[in-house]
Design a protein around this ligand. Structure first.
Ligand code: A2R
Length: 316
């Protein structure tokens, strides 16, 4: 029996490839997406999206038989879901399996920022402990206020983990959630009340640059911005400016507006912690994400239903 054709945007692991190989005729596109779509687009029924290139309406129109787009990751702002729904294409993602890991990364970043982890390690490596004596003191997080922009699956997992550190927690989202933390309907008001602000909201039009200069100035010269959600939520140019001007105290960033490009001005800043989008990047969590991305494709082929469709595609 002939197998349906699946296009993989990006390179899956061997663990992912084995079950996919059994169910589908596999095509891979990495830097040559245009060529592959020209040659085979009209045969593609399934798509695995493993990189951050955009899956636009135009890209979908080059695959007229496309049924499912399985996104490797929980954030799916690179896929035009409106266009997918119009075309009857189901978009799936990988929620929950990465909550724990991204939350661990966030706690790590918050503690590293407060306790000057990178600066202290460098202080020792540079020989300054011997030549200059003890490193400058860092800050305790006990008694501080941590604000969350986004209080969904990952936000709530971060909050559960932070509970043991004796911090007060508050949050902003478009609507209040069933949690015990104080809700702020206005992001600037929340920023003004915080020592740390964690961005753990999705990308896309509704969150584009909502962390603007005004919000960052409200967080203030003693405040720290931590972004583990999406780069597009923060106005990166304004972030560079407020850090330069000393109007924002510090930043810890795992995501950027134009990955893998990181604004050069941030690189030498001592009060900035920069990571290459590794929030979920452990062997175990990436395996779990891969398994779910594969399960969505294989289950849809078998039953006509996906396991974890994005909210816009529930019921399709
Ligand atoms: O606004 P609400 O009530 O839908 O709350 C969601 C919030 N959120 C927003 N908050 C303020 N302004 C917005 N325009 C806005 N849009 C969404 O973000 C909710 O509290 C949170 C998202 O939660 P979940 O959908 O459960 O996502 P999860 O799994 O926590 O992941 C968050 C993001 C992903 O989309 C990736 O970009 C990244 O973390 O890995």
């Amino acid at each position: 029996m002939t197998k349906p054709v699946m296009l993989m945007l990006g390179e899956p692991t061997e663990r992912m490839r084995a079950p996919l190989d059994e169910a589908f005729e596999l095509l891979t596109a990495i830097y040559d997406v245009d060529d592959v779509l020209d040659a085979h687009g009209d045969r593609v029924e399934y798509l695995l999206a493993m990189y951050h290139g955009d899956v636009t309406a135009e890209v979908m129109d080059r695959m007229p038989k496309l049924k499912v787009i399985s996104n490797f990751g929980v954030g799916y702002d690179s896929i035009d879901t409106g266009a997918a729904v119009e075309r009857g294409i189901v978009v799936t993602h990988t929620p929950e399996v990465l909550d724990d890991e991204v939350a661990n990364t966030t706690v790590l970043m918050l503690l590293a920022s407060a306790r000057n982890l990178l600066q202290d390690a460098k202080y020792l490596l540079d020989g300054r402990w011997e030549s200059e004596g003890d490193a400058p003191l860092s800050r305790s997080i006990r008694g501080t206020t941590v604000g969350f922009l986004g209080m969904g699956r990952i936000g709530q997992t971060i909050a559960e983990k932070l509970a043991v550190f004796g911090v007060e927690m508050v949050y902003h989202s478009r609507s209040p959630k069933d949690v015990s933390y104080k809700y702020y309907g206005d992001l600037t008001d929340m920023a003004a009340a915080c020592d740390y602000m964690i961005v753990i909201a999705p990308g896309g039009a509704s969150t584009y640059h909502i962390v603007n200069r005004q919000v960052m100035e409200a967080l203030g010269p003693e405040g720290t911005l931590i972004n583990v959600g999406r780069g597009s939520v923060v106005d990166e140019a304004a972030l560079v400016e407020v850090l330069k001007e000393g109007k924002l105290g510090a930043a810890a960033l795992d995501v950027f507006e134009d990955e893998p490009h990181v604004p050069e001005a941030l690189l030498p800043m001592e009060n900035v912690l920069l990571l290459p989008h590794v929030g979920s990047a452990t062997v175990e969590t990436r395996a779990a994400m891969g398994d779910l991305a594969v399960k969505n494709l294989v289950t849809f082929k078998q039953t006509g239903k996906a396991v974890t469709p994005v909210p816009e595609c529930k019921g399709m």
